[in-house]
Each structure stands twice: as structure tokens, then as C-alpha cells.
Write a protein that binds this ligand. Structure first.
Ligand SMILES: C[S@@+](CC[C@H](N)C(=O)[O-])C[C@H]1O[C@@H](n2cnc3c(N)ncnc32)[C@H](O)[C@@H]1O
Ligand code: SF4
Length: 458
């Protein structure tokens, strides 16, 4: 928007109109639109479409934690005993072997991600077993990215041995906030020293890149408390930072009712906190990536963002360009060019299905031509804050025309000053970046059709 004066956006007007709830668009359509009719058969059809030398990504979900944080929105369960975790690993191994048989060959693995829950609570012998099962079923690419979500309070020498055996080269470390009052309000005690020691241990091999997750919008989180957390995070020099807004969805996550609503910052405070934290990361040399990530200039995520190659999947922003993502474990989502399939969510039912040799695919969605184009538009807005009309035509030919018309219509009727048309591109104004999900939702044909409840737009 060269030469134009900055626009002041009335956040109240945006919230009044769109304040309800908007998806995070880690997929289009989002998971609440998956249906039970489309699950099991679709999974087989999607496996049938895999080809040997096309790399796939693999996601393993570990739905256990030794302690439950009250803010947590992930699919997980607290366990005080380790036995259920070891039994779950048996099930995962069985699912991986059964999937290998269904596919009929060992696909090339370009990326592996262990998420949860807390994969860092796995004991080394279970990490060894998973590693063996994965390497028997997949042909690991020499440069495969192997990433693991890590809760520093789990990490012992045993965990580190297991993670090294897995050849982990990317760790994503949960911090959220270092302030003791905030930590008490979210049931997550975690000292700076403990976190720094884990970061140093992981770095000592020289091969591991580090991401740190920080949350704003937490209960009792004052600007000063968040600023101190941000400074401490910067002092550990992570390669990447994810700065997420706390999504308060107590109707879906009962333990979030432990958080007192009166302790939560309002939308105005959340916007200010997000902006201040983003400025601090940028002052420290991080480049902003998409709506909620920061990365050092030389990091792959920053390079991808600079050349318009950033992608989005269920784990958020990624450099991963594999056309298929195979999810293992309870609730894990698989993503293929033709659609999505989510595994059975309740862990006990998932285990029963694997034991009985039945498909783990439960709910799914087969993409229509309209979904593909809208999914592309939403992904580009979430990744680049812009939609390039020439690129849309290059990808979708004559079919792009009506969507370009739709984008122009949105720009012409946008009374809130969120977007503009510039050089044959539909662009989110820099001042409107906090409302990117709102703009993306204009292209969501499913949103109005289903009253799914998402977290607040801001
Ligand atoms: C599976 S968890 C992290 C791994 C590990 N269990 C830990 O807590 O350190 C992934 C990340 O999701 C984010 N997260 C979890 N619940 C959230 C919520 N309700 N709103 C926004 N982000 C959330 C947190 O930043 C968390 O670090
Ligand atoms: S934030 Fe991490 S450790 Fe806490 S409950 Fe969620 S998955 Fe478990």
C-alpha cells in the first residue's frame, strides 16, 4: 500500500461484526466439518493414491501428559502411571505396521512430527521401539525433518537418549509464560532455569533447531509479566518462536473451566499484548512469519515465507511441501490431495479398532473442486496476507475467474478497511494483519452452513 496513509482499524467494529468465533484454518474445511460418512472408505482410497517416490509426512499423536495444564486445548489425558502409555505405544506400532501393509510399499518419509499431549514423556525404550517400527514401514529421506513437541518438565537423561535415537533435529518446546502467578492460574509450574537447561542439552548435539511456544491472553498475564517472559525466551535464542493467543473454549475442554474468566485479558488487551510481543521479537532480529510465528533470517521457515513457499497444515505453519500427511494415533488427522481423514478420537475405541484389525479412520472429508480453490485462497491469505490473481489463474485456469470476482467484491464492500486490491492482488492491509482469520473467513463457504464453535476471532 505504498504512498497510502496507515489506516486505523476500529477493533470494536471488527469484533461486533465478526467477534463470534472463527477457525484457525489449519485446514479447509476445518475438522468440525468432517463427517462419519466419509471416513473409513476415504482413507483406503487415499492410501491407494500414494506413489513410491513422492515423499510423505508422518504425524504421531501421543494423547498423554503426566500433568494437565488448565489452558490446554489439545487432545490429551492426564496419566499418573506409565503403563497406559506403553500400551498405547504397542497400539501405535500395530497401526504403523498395518498401514504399511495396506499401502503395499514403504513410502519415502520427508518429515516426521511427534505431537500431543506430551511425546517427551515417552521412555527411551518406547522411543527406540517407535523408531524401529517407523523405519521398517517408511524409507526415511536423508534430509528428513524429525521434530518433537517437548514439555521441559518431562525431560530426563533417559528422554534425551531416546530422542537422539530417533535422530530428532527439531524440538518444539512449550513455555507459555514464566511468571509464577500466571503459571499457578494455568497449573503449569516450569522454571526458566529448567527450560534453559533443556534447550542447552538439546543444542549440545549441534543438530537440533529449537522452537519455543509462548502464549498471550492467559489468566493474570499483565503486560509486564508477558514482557518479562518474552525477554527470557529471547535470551535462550531459539531459532523460531510461536506466539499463540490463548483459545478459551471451555464448552469443548472442560478443564478450562478451572480458569477464572474474570482473570482473562479482554480483546483490547490481547491485541496490545500480541503487538508488543511481536515488536519485541522483531527488535531481537526475528522475522514475522504468518499470523503467529517468528524465525531467524536463516531459518527454513523464514526462507520459505520470503519466497511465498510457506504452507499450513494441522501443526500450523510449515516448510513441509509433501502432498500427503499420514496421521497415526487417536484423533490424528491424515491429509491427502483428495481430502482429510481423522482417526477415532477416544483412545480406548482407537485401541480396540487396531486390535480388531479394523480401520482407524473415523470422520473425513472428500474435497470438491470449490474446496480446493477456497482452500488455496485461505492458505495464501494465512501465509502471505495476499492473494495473487495471476498465480490463482496459473493454478486453476478459467475456474479462477469467479473467485477473483468474489475477492474484488469483498474488497469493494469492505467498510472496515481490512483489505485492498493492489497490482492485481487482494491484499490484507498491514494494520489488519491481526484480523487475517476474519478476512480468510470471507472465503469460507462452510462457515455459515454449520454453527461449529471456534475460539474468538481476536
Ligand atoms: C501439544 S502442546 C505442547 C507440547 C507439550 N505438551 C508442552 O506443553 O510443552 C502444543 C502447544 O499448543 C499450544 N496450546 C495448547 N493449548 C492451547 C490453547 N488453548 N490455546 C492456544 N494455544 C494452545 C501451547 O502453546 C503448546 O505449547
Ligand atoms: S499444554 Fe502440553 S503438557 Fe500441558 S496439558 Fe497440554 S499437551 Fe499436556
Amino acid at each position: 500500500m505504498s504512498g497510502e496513509a496507515p489506516v486505523t482499524i476500529d477493533y470494536r467494529a471488527v469484533l461486533n461484526r465478526y467477534g463470534a468465533q472463527i477457525p484457525r484454518y489449519t485446514s479447509y474445511p476445518p475438522a468440525p466439518h468432517f463427517s462419519a460418512d466419509a471416513g473409513p472408505a476415504l482413507k483406503q482410497a487415499l492410501f491407494d493414491g500414494l506413489v513410491p517416490h513422492d515423499p510423505v509426512s508422518v504425524y504421531l499423536h501421543i494423547p498423554y501428559c503426566d500433568k494437565l495444564c488448565w489452558f490446554c486445548g489439545c487432545h490429551t489425558k492426564q496419566t499418573r502411571r506409565y503403563e497406559p502409555v506403553a500400551t498405547y505405544v504397542d497400539t501405535l506400532i500395530a497401526e504403523i505396521a498395518a498401514t504399511r501393509s495396506e499401502i503395499g510399499f514403504s513410502p519415502l518419509l520427508g518429515a516426521l512430527h511427534l505431537g500431543g499431549g506430551s511425546p517427551s514423556l515417552l521412555r527411551k525404550e518406547d522411543l527406540f521401539r517407535l523408531n524401529e517400527a517407523l523405519r521398517a514401514a517408511f524409507d526415511f529421506a536423508a534430509d528428513a525433518e524429525i521434530s518433537v513437541e517437548i514439555d521441559p518438565s518431562d525431560v530426563t537423561a533417559d528422554t534425551l537418549t531416546g530422542l537422539r535415537a530417533l535422530e530428532m533435529n527439531r524440538a518444539s518446546i512449550g513455555v507459555q509464560d514464566f511468571d509464577p502467578a500466571v503459571q499457578a492460574a494455568i497449573n503449569r509450574p516450569q522454571t526458566f532455569e529448567q527450560t534453559r537447561d533443556v534447550v542447552e542439552e538439546l543444542r549440545s548435539s549441534g543438530l537440533c533447531s529449537i522452537n519455543i511456544d509462548v502464549l498471550y491472553g492467559l489468566p493474570l498475564q499483565t503486560p509486564e509479566r508477558l514482557d518479562r517472559t518474552v525477554d527470557k525466551v529471547i535470551s535462550m535464542a531459539p531459532d523460531r518462536v510461536a506466539l499463540f493467543g490463548y483459545a478459551h473454549v471451555p464448552w469443548a475442554k472442560k478443564h478450562q473451566t478451572m480458569i477464572r474468566e474474570e482473570d482473562l485479558p479482554d480483546s483490547k488487551a490481547r491485541l496490545a499484548d500480541a503487538a508488543r510481543a511481536a515488536e519485541a521479537f522483531q527488535r531481537a532480529g526475528y522475522e514475522p512469519i504468518g499470523i503467529d510465528h517468528f524465525a531467524r533470517h536463516g531459518d527454513r521457515l523464514a526462507k520459505s515465507a520470503r519466497c511465498g513457499q510457506l504452507a499450513r497444515n494441522f501443526q500450523g505453519y510449515t516448510t513441509d511441501r509433501c502432498s500427503a500427511l499420514i496421521g497415526f494415533g487417536a484423533s490424528a488427522i491424515s491429509q491427502f490431495p483428495g481430502g482429510f481423514v481423522q482417526n477415532i478420537v477416544p483412545t480406548a475405541n482407537y485401541r480396540e479398532a487396531v486390535k480388531a484389525g479394523l480401520t482407524t479412520g473415523d470422520r473425513g472429508y472428500a474435497l470438491t473442486p470449490d474446496d480446493r480453490i477456497r482452500g488455496h485462497i485461505i492458505a495464501r491469505l494465512m501465509c502471505d496476507f495476499a492473494l495473487d490473481f495471476a498465480e490463482l489463474k496459473r493454478q486453476f485456469g478459467a475456474d479462477a475467474t469467479s473467485y477473483i470476482r468474489e475477492a474484488r467484491r469483498h474488497a469493494a464492500t469492505d467498510s472496515l478497511g481490512l483489505v485492498a486490491i493492489e497490482n492485481d492482488r487482494f491484499v490484507i492491509r498491514p494494520e489488519a494483519k491481526p484480523y487475517t482469520r476474519v478476512v480468510a473467513s470471507w472465503f469460507d463457504a462452510h462457515l455459515a452452513a454449520k454453527a461449529a464453535r471456534y475460539s474468538k476471532a481476536v
